[in-house]
Design a protein around this ligand. Structure first.
Ligand code: C5P
Length: 407
């Protein structure tokens, strides 16, 4: 049986500056160059000194059809295209593999070689495909540097998990060239939501009881995460406000971690100020503990009572502040699905509501789901499918209804 070939995305006329840094995964960058060329991209390779210890510039020159740039201070290369000009040339700078050292340099804003200088001198998007030993990747120093870069809008592809060249198993493998090419193509694709900012809330909230205990719920965050990825795939700029989950952030999505409903509300108000679409997929706790104990509560009596007070309604507060926002809510119901969902649509002044049945193994913490979607004067059934597929259909419906409202 022949293995199906992945379809080749269209990167015609896209200019990609591929920066290769020092690590064993540098050999995969040669295949990546070939794959990008195959999709029609123009590829200019820049290599750090470390990268040249693993692969020769000649390999990349042969694959890309362009002389490779390796030095900031090479008079001949500078005469052909100066580094400032080179920083302006691409549509995107892709660093693959991105070593721990280069990630640290970019986070600090150093400019002591060609790549770090280009990264400072460009206003083009920067995408990193990290590759390193699992302990280097997990090190708090690397994680802090990555968080700094992501907060500045740098996109991360991978790293993946698995066998490493050093013989260990774990996170830190560079994503495969085809995965990287796909993520780049997705970034370039002008979807129906290009230029639109969407804020998605996802996962549970945690309401503290004392320093070690909290009240929460069974939400896995899977639906909200899948939806954030699907909106991104349609071209939206997505901020994902996430309660504690064990999920990895969808490619190209900016994630903001929150714990309590109040923290979620603060982040939602901040992030939605310049957004056009707001999706409330989080399972927000309706109540919080009125008096959070400063110290761990000791067991004493046979019973104990906690007084709870109502949490703010995040989606309603966001809607009240901005009537122009396109607001999508979720309704999890155990009975009278349409009646209750339409009630919420009207009460919370939503533009769209996605409703599903919950309880007895349905929806929460599962990988599939079915949704009934309602809006004023209409509705659509999205039959049971895995959450990724349902999310794609819901994202397309959101884009469709949003476009109608805008026109
Ligand atoms: O009222 P109910 O909790 O059923 O409404 C569900 C919808 O409202 C979801 O979109 C949920 O994210 C949102 N919600 C919220 N803040 C709350 C409670 C619910 O944003 N405090």
């Amino acid at each position: 049986m022949s293995t199906p070939q992945p379809s080749v995305p269209n990167l015609a006329d896209r200019r990609i500056l591929l920066a290769v840094t020092g690590g064993i995964a540098a050999y995969k960058a040669a295949d990546l160059t070939r794959r990008l060329m195959e999709a029609g991209a123009e590829v200019q390779v820049v290599m750090t000194a470390g990268a040249q210890e693993f692969v020769t510039p000649l390999t990349f020159q042969a694959l890309s059809g362009r002389p490779v740039r390796t030095s900031l201070l090479d008079p001949a290369a500078e005469a052909a295209m100066g580094h400032i000009e080179l920083a302006r040339w691409p549509d995107l700078i892709l660093v693959a593999p991105a070593s721990a050292d280069v990630i640290a340099k970019l986070a600090l804003g150093l400019a002591d070689d060609l790549l770090s200088t280009l990264a400072l001198a460009t206003d083009k998007p920067i995408v990193l495909a990290p590759a390193m030993n699992r302990l280097m990747w997990g090190n708090p120093a690397t994680q802090a540097n990555v968080a700094t870069l992501v907060a500045r809008g740098v996109q991360l592809i991978g790293p993946g998990s698995g066998f490493q060249a050093c013989g260990e198993i774990g996170d830190g493998r560079m994503s495969e060239p085809l995965q990287i090419r796909e993520a780049i193509a997705q970034r370039f694709s002008q979807g129906p939501l290009a230029g639109v900012k969407a804020v998605v809330t996802a996962g549970p909230t945690r309401e503290a009881i004392d320093p070690v205990r909290f009240i929460s719920n069974r939400s896995s965050g899977k639906m909200g995460y899948a939806l954030a990825g699907a909106l991104r795939a349609l071209g939206a700029d997505v901020a994902l406000l996430s309660g504690p989950t064990s999920l990895s952030t969808p490619s190209g999505v900016r994630r903001v971690d929150i714990e309590s409903a109040q923290e979620l509300l603060d982040a939602a108000l901040r992030e939605s100020a310049d957004a056009q679409i707001f999706v409330g997929a989080a399972a927000v706790a309706d109540y919080r503990v009125e008096q959070v104990a400063d110290e761990k509560i000791k067991k004493k009596d046979a019973t104990m009572a906690l007084t709870l007070s109502r949490n703010p309604d995040v989606i309603s507060t966001v809607r009240e502040r901005d009537a122009r926002l396109f607001v999508v809510g979720f309704a999890a119901e155990t009975e009278k699905l349409e009646e209750h969902a339409r009630g919420k649509l009207a009460r919370k002044k939503l533009d769209l509501i996605a409703a599903n049945w919950v309880g007895r193994g349905r929806a929460f913490d599962r990988d599939d789901n079915a949704l009934s979607v309602y809006w004023n004067g209409g509705g659509r059934e999205l039959p049971r499918a895995n959450k990724a597929e349902i999310a794609r259909e819901l994202a397309a419906l959101i884009a469709e209804r949003y476009a109608r409202r805008v026109t």
